[in-house]
Write a protein that binds this ligand. Structure first.
Ligand code: Z5A
Length: 205
């Protein structure tokens, strides 16, 4: 028996962390073994790379270095956590994955999509999420929610136009990969959002 791989995506503050836990609880209640993880991060070394990507203000991080850090962390995460868990029959619910790289490093920072695809093929060797829930909302909503919650990291200090580009890249990917993506309007109340998520997960179960 193999497990399944579910990712949650979206711009900052749309409710990914909140709903990653919600999704995992639904799966657990249905009797499956489930783990929650996140990107960048998910293993001790990958979490150290996350810290470099998000919090190092003492030295500039060029866009190419940022892209490679994301995939270095992803390689550790895939080989040391995600693939073994799925092979053992566990369900993996992950807060962000490679769609975030297309959205942030591609759409946001303007890195070449072909370069990202080449790294994706190399690092993932065909591993893709079975299901991706895209929580979609206008950046002003997410930025307000995130600002109320904690101090800004390197990404969160970006301007609204950056997040508009990120959002549009996510939506373009959802249109392109319709069998994997489910887009949910995350600008509504948490109850309404979770009602839709429950329907999506029930179908998956
Ligand atoms: N990144 C990248 O550049 N490339 C990559 O390949 C990857 C990542 C994998 C990781 O930060 C950063 O890494 C990210 C992109 C980059 N940077 N940004 N921006 P992260 O994982 O911490 O991502 P984040 O988007 O900054 O997380 P967040 O700010 O914690 O947002 P969230 O997880 O989507 O939201 P939340 O914590 O669940 O909710 C935020 C608040 O809103 C909280 O108080 C909730 O209670 C509230 N909330 C949630 N939903 C609702 C609704 N529906 N109504 C009202 N209030 C709500």
């Amino acid at each position: 028996m193999t497990g399944r791989f579910i990712t949650l995506e979206g711009i900052e503050g749309v409710g990914k962390s909140t709903n990653t836990k919600f999704v995992a609880d639904l799966i657990k209640a249905a009797g499956h073994d489930v783990i929650i993880t996140r990107e960048p991060g998910g293993t001790p070394l990958a979490e150290r790379l996350r810290d470099i990507a998000l919090h190092h203000d003492d030295e500039p991080v060029p866009a190419t270095a940022e892209l490679l850090i994301m995939f270095a962390a992803r390689s550790l995460h895939l080989e040391n956590l995600i693939k073994p868990a799925i092979a053992a029959g566990r369900w993996v619910v992950c807060d962000r994955f490679t769609d975030a790289t297309y959205a942030y490093q591609g759409g946001g920072r303007g890195q070449d999509g072909e370069r990202i695809s080449a790294l994706e093929r190399w690092v993932q060797s065909g591993t893709q999420p079975d299901l991706t829930i895209l929580l979609d909302a206008d950046p002003t909503i997410g930025m307000t929610r995130a600002a109320e919650r904690s101090a800004a990291d390197r990404f969160e200090r970006e301007r609204e136009e950056f997040f508009q580009r990120v959002r549009l890249t996510y939506l373009a990917r959802a249109e392109r990969y319709t069998s994997r993506f489910r887009v949910i309007d995350a600008g509504r109340s948490l109850d309404r959002v979770q009602e839709d998520i429950r329907n999506v997960i029930n179908k998956e179960l």
